[in-house]
Design a protein around this ligand. Structure first.
Ligand code: IPD
Ligand code: CA
Length: 272
């Protein structure tokens, strides 16, 4: 039998874990930021601190919530019995981290019965901690967040991201180059979790990407949605690995329709 879950407890744990892992990776960057392995392609890198951060998160969750499941970018995969599963990205923005760019984050989400219910994203370089509980709004360091109410696509600042596979990047570059003349400007900042939080904060009008993994968008997607943004996939699909579009509700329909015109319907991307 499942024990009732207190989502405020989950939020508290998520916050403390994100702060703890954030401190670990920020202070460990000097020694631990060298690339130690590659994953899907030679540019999809892992540093010692990606692994150390995930080890810390998984160990703490095992200690504090032993009956919960865990899914992590660096391989953590544990089934639970409580109805809660944690989805963690120990460093989102690993390439920025590798290069010393201060734009990376720890992302911690908790799903309850397969629905993302708590999300925390923390950038340890500037101290920003974004969080949300489903139905409870989105917050940045105690301040309530509201997404942009921009209505004109031509005035909109939109971010995107690219995968690690060269063929996939060629396709993504084609979409970005066709979108660029239709918007104020495009950004590619290197952390999808933080991009979604910028949408929540109204610092970006929207973000779109294909090929994300659940650990990239679980927490940030909830935070953007709780700040009032629409977070969906193309052609009526839910946001996911095939496609994710997050934007303020006024700009969303036009952005979605332009992207649907640029990105052909088809089988889900198998490559990163
Ligand atoms: C990546 C970042 C990037 C996005 C990539 C992700 P990683 O995650 O979120 O912004 O464009 O698709 O894989 O590799 O830095 O954890
Ligand atoms: Ca990631």
């Amino acid at each position: 039998m499942q024990v009732p879950v207190d989502v405020e407890d989950l939020l508290d744990i998520a916050r403390r874990l994100a702060l703890g892992a954030g401190e670990l990776i920020r202070t460990g960057r000097v020694q631990g930021a060298e690339q130690i392995a590659v994953k899907s392609t030679p540019t999809d890198v892992v540093t010692a601190m990606d692994r150390a951060s995930e080890t810390f998160l998984v160990a703490e969750l095992g200690r504090q919530r032993p009956d919960d499941g865990v899914l992590g970018e660096e391989g953590a995969s544990r089934d639970g019995t409580s109805g809660v599963r944690w989805v963690v990205d120990p460093i989102d923005g690993t390439v920025n981290y590798l290069y010393g760019l201060p734009w990376y984050a720890v992302s911690v989400a908790a799903e309850l019965n397969e629905i993302v219910t708590v999300g925390v994203v923390h950038n340890p370089e500037n101290g920003e901690l974004f969080c949300a509980v489903r139905g409870g709004g989105a917050w940045l360091n105690g301040r309530r967040l509201h997404c942009s109410d921009e209505a004109a696509l031509g005035q909109a600042l939109i971010s995107t991201g690219f995968g690690y596979d060269a063929d996939r990047r060629r396709e993504q570059a084609g979409v970005a180059s066709a979108l660029l003349p239709q918007v104020r400007d495009l950004r590619r900042m290197g952390s999808a979790a933080l991009d979604l939080c910028q949408v929540a904060a109204g610092r970006l009008d929207g973000h779109y990407e294909q090929g994300l993994w659940p650990w990239d968008y679980a927490a940030g997607g909830l935070i953007a949605a709780e700040a009032g943004a629409r977070v969906e996939g193309l052609r009526g699909a839910p946001a996911g690995r095939d496609s994710l579009v997050a934007a303020g509700p006024r700009i969303f329909p036009e952005l979605l329709s332009v992207l649907e015109g640029l990105i052909p319907a088809g089988p889900p991307p198998q490559r990163q």
